[in-house]
Design a protein around this ligand. Structure first.
Ligand SMILES: NC(=O)c1ccc[n+]([C@@H]2O[C@H](COP(=O)([O-])OP(=O)(O)OC[C@H]3O[C@@H](n4cnc5c(N)ncnc54)[C@H](O)[C@@H]3O)[C@@H](O)[C@H]2O)c1
Length: 252
């Protein structure tokens, strides 16, 4: 039997990249999938891919920084499929590299609203639905390990590292009620954003590969497999953990 047969799973930012890979693997493992994205066309494409492979999914348009939209996205899971068992909070707003003092307040606020507060809002409503169900599993998507630093990414890495703290405290708060909260720390992946960068600056990819002991970047599916594993019963005793899937970059 598939690992998540009969379960209901939700993925944010599932219109492309890592989120799409997670949604497709959830479906492959037997879950019915709620595909959430700010861009409805990306979400619809992911749903079509899942249906073409014989799976079940719906697309929900939502901005994870907006409390009412997050509440509605979880309600869609409950109303369509009867509840929620698994969630991957993956959506990201990416704004480029800027030294800290050059970041306009409104850009900082938008980045934190999506990349940090968005994870809080998603967890809040997902946990409420999972408590109704008697348990569940949540995976929050960070970046690298808890000590990663790269120039110009203060707005990004501060949110990503805060997510690891949020994950651990939520794990403590809800582990006793059957909800396992964990995080995944991806390394560089061949997602659409990176393919774009690679076209403009192939040297950037060579640098990333040189910093990765496996000497290559990840396909999103390689990181998604690790995230989905955290949602299955095979990870039943894993709680508050950050699983770093970065080809060993953390070691270098
Ligand atoms: N790509 C990498 O190399 C890399 C490395 C480390 C960590 N990550 C993390 O992995 C995750 C996925 O990255 P990716 O490269 O696949 O991203 P991506 O940009 O390819 O996809 C992100 C998706 O999120 C959606 N989105 C953006 N803002 C949203 C919002 N407010 N509400 C709902 N959806 C929204 C976008 O429409 C898009 O479909 C992110 O959390 C990212 O920080 C990526």
């Amino acid at each position: 039997m598939a690992a998540l047969e009969g379960k209901v799973a939700l993925v944010t930012g599932a219109g492309r990249g890592l989120g799409r890979a997670c949604a497709r693997i959830f479906a492959r493992e037997g879950a019915r999938v709620v595909v959430v994205d700010l861009r409805p066309e990306g979400g619809e494409e992911t749903v079509q891919l899942i249906k073409d492979a014989g799976g079940e999914a719906i697309a929900v348009g939502a901005d994870v920084s907006q409390p009412a939209q997050v509440e509605a996205m979880v309600r869609a899971a409950v109303e369509t499929y009867g509840g929620l068992d698994c969630a991957i909070n993956n959506a990201v707003y990416f704004y480029g590299r800027h030294p800290l003092a050059d970041i306009p307040d409104e850009d900082w606020n938008r980045a934190l609203a999506v990349n940090y507060t968005g994870v809080f809002l998603c967890m809040k409503h997902e946990i409420r639905a999972m408590l109704e169900r008697g348990g569940g599993a949540i995976v929050n998507v960070g970046s690298g390990n808890e000590h990663s630093s790269k120039p110009g990414l203060s707005w990004y890495l501060s949110a990503k590292q805060a997510i690891y703290g949020l994950t651990k405290v939520a794990a403590l708060d809800y582990g006793g009620q059957g909800i396992r909260v964990n995080a995944i720390g991806p390394g560089s992946m061949w997602t659409p954003a990176l393919r774009q960068t690679a076209e403009q600056n192939p040297h950037h990819v060579e640098q990333l590969e040189a910093l990765t002991p496996l000497r290559r970047l990840a396909e999103p599916e390689e990181v998604a497999e690790a995230a989905i594993w955290l949602c299955t019963d095979k990870a039943s005793y894993v709680l508050g953990h950050t699983l770093v899937a970065d080809g060993g970059a953390v070691l270098g």
